[in-house]
Design a protein around this ligand. Structure first.
Ligand code: SF4
Length: 237
C-alpha cells in the first residue's frame, strides 16, 4: 500500500466498528495478516471478534517463557471457548539459555535487551510472513500510542499496522467484555490493569497510571514492539 492508500484507509476506518477494521484487514491481506496478542482485555475483545467473524487472521502470542500462570490459563480458556488456535512464538533462547549467555535475571539489569531477545526479535522473524499485523493498542494507553491511526505504516517491521481499537477507551473495552462475557485475566481484579511478563509486572495502587506496574523500577514504558525503546536510567525510588 502507498502512503496515500494507508491514509485513505485510516480515514475510512476511523470511527468504524472494530469488526469492520478486522474484516478490512482480512480481505485486504488474505493469508498475510497476523494478530499478536498478549491477552490483555483489548486482545481478548479482538480475539472474540476474529473468532465470531470467522476471519482468516493468524493469531499468535509471544511466549516469553516468563508469563504469569494466570495468563497461560487464559490462553487455553480462550482457545477452548472460541475454537481458535493461538500460536505461541518462542524466543531463540530459553530462559535458562539466556541466563547462561547474559547472566541471571537480565530483566533486572537490561530490560530493553531482554525484551529485544524475548519479544522483538521473535516478532521480527514472525513478521516476515505477513504484509500486515493487527494490534490491540489504544491511543490513551501511553503518550507513544497517542498518535496511532486505525491503519498506519509500521516502520519498525515494514508492514501495514491495523489498530482496530485505537479510538476505544478502557471503559469501552470493559463494556464489550461484560456484554459478550469474554474471559479476561483474573489478575486484573487483583490490581494488575496491564500485564506482561511476571518479573516485570507489579500491581498498581489507587490513582496510579494503569501501566505504572510495568517495569516499575525503570523509565521504560514499551517492550519495543510498538515504537522505540524507552528505557532510561532506573526511576528514582
Ligand atoms: S517484559 Fe521483562 S521479562 Fe519480559 S521480555 Fe521484557 S524485560 Fe524480559
Amino acid at each position: 500500500m502507498t502512503p496515500a492508500d494507508i491514509a485513505a484507509a485510516a480515514t475510512e476506518l476511523e470511527g468504524a466498528p472494530a469488526e469492520t477494521a478486522l474484516r478490512w484487514a482480512a480481505q485486504r491481506f488474505p493469508g498475510r495478516v497476523g494478530f499478536a496478542t498478549a491477552f490483555g482485555p483489548e486482545g481478548c475483545v479482538l480475539l472474540e471478534a476474529i473468532a465470531r467473524e470467522k476471519l482468516a487472521i493468524d493469531v499468535f502470542t509471544l511466549d516469553t517463557g516468563l508469563l504469569f500462570p494466570e495468563t497461560l490459563e487464559l490462553w487455553r480458556e480462550l482457545e477452548r471457548r472460541y475454537g481458535v488456535r493461538v500460536r505461541g512464538v518462542k524466543p531463540a533462547l530459553t530462559v535458562a539459555e539466556q541466563e547462561l549467555s547474559h547472566g541471571p535475571a537480565l530483566w533486572q539489569r537490561a530490560p530493553d535487551l531482554c525484551c529485544d531477545l524475548r519479544k522483538v526479535q521473535p516478532l521480527r522473524i514472525e513478521m516476515l510472513q505477513f504484509d500486515a499485523w493487527i494490534t490491540a493498542i489504544r491511543r490513551d494507553q501511553t503518550p507513544e500510542r497517542a498518535g496511532a491511526g486505525v491503519v498506519e505504516r509500521d516502520p519498525k517491521f515494514g508492514l501495514v499496522k491495523v489498530n482496530p481499537l485505537a479510538a476505544w477507551s478502557s471503559a469501552d473495552v470493559w463494556a464489550r467484555v461484560r456484554e459478550r462475557e469474554i474471559p479476561t485475566n483474573p489478575l486484573h481484579q487483583r490490581g494488575y490493569p496491564s500485564i506482561g511478563c511476571a518479573p516485570c509486572t507489579t500491581a498498581v495502587g489507587a490513582g496510579e497510571d494503569p501501566r505504572a506496574g510495568r517495569w516499575r523500577t525503570f523509565a521504560k514504558t514499551e517492550c519495543g514492539l510498538h515504537g522505540r525503546f524507552t528505557s532510561k536510567p532506573p526511576k528514582e525510588s
